[in-house]
Design a binder for this molecule. Structure first.
Ligand code: HEM
Length: 126
């Protein structure tokens, strides 16, 4: 029965999310330095003065909805724009080729031309 299956999956997901929230709360209480920097780190570090588990759970849903499509659409628009302009594409490719195979976020942040392309893309948004 698909409906029961979907309900079961939703319950499993919720339980997993609640366990993740509790794990982060435990980490924040035991050793805040160990808590990875995420959108929610400050909320967990705020302890009892912060939001309840239920409120954080609800916020995660809002961030997923607010952040997913808009990021995917913006990146798609960026790739489309870059691929239409051979000079921009070539300059960007030359810069990206300087990266090592196992590059990380920090190396990407240090690429000036890539940053300019992203700024140009986000410019009209604000
Ligand atoms: C390139 C990616 C993104 C773009 C272009 C974008 C764009 C926008 C824009 C134009 C607004 C409206 C701002 C306003 O009314 O002044 C907005 C609001 C918002 N965005 Fe994004 N966004 C992006 C990524 C994300 C991500 C990753 C998240 C969550 C993790 C997110 C969460 C939100 C939320 C919660 C709001 C409402 C803020 C408020 O009402 O104060 N966005 N975004």
């Amino acid at each position: 029965m698909p409906l029961f299956y979907l309900a079961g999956e939703a319950i499993k997901r919720r339980s997993h999310d609640e366990q993740s929230i509790q794990r982060c709360r435990g980490l924040a209480a035991a050793d805040p330095a160990q808590l990875p920097p995420t959108l929610f780190s400050k909320l967990f570090k705020a302890g009892a003065e912060g939001l309840s588990d239920k409120e954080i759970f609800s916020d995660t849903r809002a961030y997923i909805v607010a952040g997913s499509d808009v990021t995917a659409n913006t990146l798609t628009f960026l790739v489309w724009n870059v691929s239409r302009d051979s000079s921009t594409k070539q300059t960007l490719m030359t810069e990206l080729e300087t990266l090592s195979v196992d590059f990380h976020d920090e190396q990407l942040k240090n690429l000036p031309y890539l940053s300019q392309v992203i700024d140009e893309m986000l410019g009209p948004i604000g």
